[in-house]
Design a protein around this ligand. Structure first.
Ligand code: AMP
Length: 459
């Protein structure tokens, strides 16, 4: 694919969030052992209390058994760092892989043979570093003797760094175990995620590196920033979200200092409305491009005060409402480009003076969905050749309907001051994995957008 070849010539910086996803395919005997160890009665009692976070092993077992009983996928934060060793002594992980948007995107772009990928994550323990692919185009910035050097993450880890491990317990329908004299059979397949939320994991650029951000900015054509959902409102050392958002703003300005590089912010859902609002108001106006999925656009509009429109998107999921919401966001935050991905379609909204034509914008989205389809089919993209797999995945069957509704929406809404393009997604029926598909879409869309800008002399 020609566009992919142009895109791969770019150099990209990506930060901040990485973690290790440790996956356990859960067996009935394993659950039984945990219940026997902690006592069925204790587990039952704690289940009734329904702990919101995991502070001790019994909280975990109670929420796990609850998830298994209902068959509902759930995620519960683990707040006690000391439980790492408890988990590690009780479970053998079937698979460990890169998690976190920055990590996933860095591996993807490195595997696609981009000319250079610089990834920064504030915590790089050995195990975290090992989750990066062994590619010569992948670098981690290190400051040595007041000089910036670029090393492969495997050569740059720090033994004492904290590590964020998200444990993912995949369970299958039909798995059986006993809770006292009650026999439980899991009704649906799903997964239970124990997500690490530690005080020690923060989203920032370490002091020594910060002053080199303008240098890094000069070395790349674009930056993809993500992970702001990991900021907490308050920390026990007195720091708060405002502190970290101020740092985040400084980082963006430093990256842009000597160069007109473009910055994409990948927005992930933020439960807390206050934090969500802070991220939007502080950071959106500073970046060029924002990507998000359909649930998030409604949350964002809600945070900006458009609650009726947000409710309509939640309830009816109509394309015209998403277009309207997108226009509002592009205008109020003065974005160069907004990309929204949903299960059935992907959309770009820009102002009408965007240097790319609607046809070019469409090509960029095509590349994005094709890459996602490759990843969904293969589990991981390991070389540029893998894009061929995605090209053989058909557009989803609602594609034509989507286009029809979109044309209707365009007629209804005033879109003259904007460019709005939409494509149906290539949807894989039985994906090997759905982890990182949204990140793949956003990385593919933003980088191919940059490649086309560059070809036109606009970058
Ligand atoms: P996110 O919600 O950010 O994780 O993004 C998920 C996106 O990945 C969706 O909006 C779809 O566009 C895409 N996607 C989800 N499932 C599949 C699939 N089975 N095959 C191809 N693309 C998919």
């Amino acid at each position: 694919m020609e566009l992919l070849d142009d895109t791969r010539r770019l150099a990209v910086y990506t930060a901040y969030n990485t973690n290790v996803d440790a996956i356990v395919y859960l067996q009935g005997e394993t659950v039984q052992r945990l219940i026997d160890e902690l006592g069925a009665e204790n587990v039952r009692r704690r289940m009734e209390e329904y702990p919101r976070q995991i502070e001790e092993p019994i909280d975990f077992v109670a929420r796990l058994v609850h998830a298994l009983k209902t068959g509902k996928p759930m995620a519960v934060p683990l707040v006690n760092e000391e439980l790492h060793s408890w988990f590690d002594s009780r479970f053998d992980y079937d698979l460990e892989r890169m998690g976190g948007q920055a990590g996933i995107i860095a591996n993807l772009l490195a595997n696609l043979d981009f000319s250079r990928v610089i990834v920064y994550t504030p915590h790089l323990a050995k195990k975290q570093a090992e989750m990066f692919v062994k590619k010569p185009n992948l670098f981690y910035p290190v400051v040595e003797g007041d000089k910036l050097t670029l090393k492969h993450p495997w050569e740059a880890y720090r033994e004492e760094d904290p590590i964020k491990v998200n444990r993912i317990f995949e369970f299958r329908a039909g798995t059986t175990f006993k809770l006292g004299n009650e026999t439980i059979t899991v009704p649906f397949s799903g997964r239970f995620i124990v997500s690490a939320r530690f005080e020690s994991i923060r989203i920032y650029t370490e002091e020594g590196l910060k002053k080199f951000l303008p240098v890094i900015g000069e070395k790349v054509d674009g930056a993809i920033l993500s992970g702001y959902q990991g900021i907490k409102l308050r920390y026990s050392d007195g720091k708060d979200a405002n502190y970290y958002l101020k740092q985040a703003k400084e980082d963006i300005m430093l990256l842009k200092r000597h160069d007109n590089l473009k910055i994409h912010l990948e927005f992930a859902s933020i439960q807390n409305r206050e934090l969500r609002k802070k991220v939007i108001y502080n950071l959106f106006p500073l970046v060029d491009s924002v990507g998000m999925d359909e649930a998030e656009i409604a949350h964002v509009l809600n945070a900006l005060g458009y609650s009726k429109l947000a409710d309509r998107i939640f309830t009816y999921n109509r394309i015209e409402d998403t277009v309207l919401g997108g226009k509002i966001l592009v205008d109020e935050m003065n974005l160069e480009v907004l990309q929204i991905h949903t299960i059935y379609y992907i959309m770009y909204i820009t102002h009408s003076d965007n240097p790319l034509t609607e046809k070019e914008l469409t090509q960029s989205l095509e590349l994005a969905t094709t890459l996602a389809a490759s990843r969904a089919s293969l589990g991981e993209i390991t070389s540029p050749e893998d894009i061929k797999v995605g090209m053989n995945v058909p557009y989803n069957e609602r594609g034509e309907y989507v286009k029809l509704r979109f044309e209707e929406a365009k007629r209804k809404l005033r879109t003259r001051e904007y460019k709005v393009v939409i494509i149906p997604t290539r949807l894989v029926k039985n994906p090997v994995s759905t982890v990182g598909l949204g990140d793949t879409i956003s990385a593919g869309a933003f980088t191919s957008y940059l490649a086309m800008l560059r070809k036109k002399g606009e970058l």
